[in-house]
Design a protein around this ligand. Structure first.
Ligand code: HEC
Length: 107
């Protein structure tokens, strides 16, 4: 295989990784899948959040103290969470964990 072909393949791999990283942008996922109920700030003060009695994530010890693994499980198994959340992949939920940790106030 020529050098040129190799470079082209590497370029393709880099582009692929970049797009995967983009797809797993935690902030974007949070906006897309969680904001409706939990709100930009995590306080759950959106119309849907209020009507569903969403608790504020801010300062929530459960979010602050849980490991990433425990949080992924908690999000997936929460009875209030429906299909769009339950069907997210582990990777997607793992990408969202730092976002909710940050909203909770973790350093
Ligand atoms: C349809 C509304 C809705 C959506 C969408 C939603 N949630 Fe929730 N979530 C709730 C409700 C209701 C609860 C249960 C009440 C509570 O604990 O606030 C909850 C609970 C939680 C909890 C548990 C808090 C605790 O202390 O036990 C976490 C963490 C959480 N959600 C994270 C997420 C994340 C991350 C997403 C996006 C991937 C998401 N939620 C999407 C409504 C929603």
């Amino acid at each position: 295989m020529g050098l040129r072909t190799r470079w082209m393949m590497m370029g393709g791999a880099v582009a692929l990784f970049a797009s995967l990283a983009w797809a797993l942008d935690g902030d974007a996922l949070y906006k897309e899948k969680c904001v409706k109920c939990h709100g930009e700030t995590g306080k759950g003060d959106t119309p849907t959040g209020k009507s569903m009695k969403v608790q504020s994530i801010v300062g929530d010890p459960k979010v602050l103290d849980a490991s990433a693994e425990e949080l992924v499980k908690a999000i997936r198994t929460n009875k209030k969470h429906k299909e769009p959340v339950k069907k997210m992949s582990d990777e997607e939920l793992e990408a969202v964990v730092p976002v909710i940790k940050r909203l909770a106030g973790a350093k």
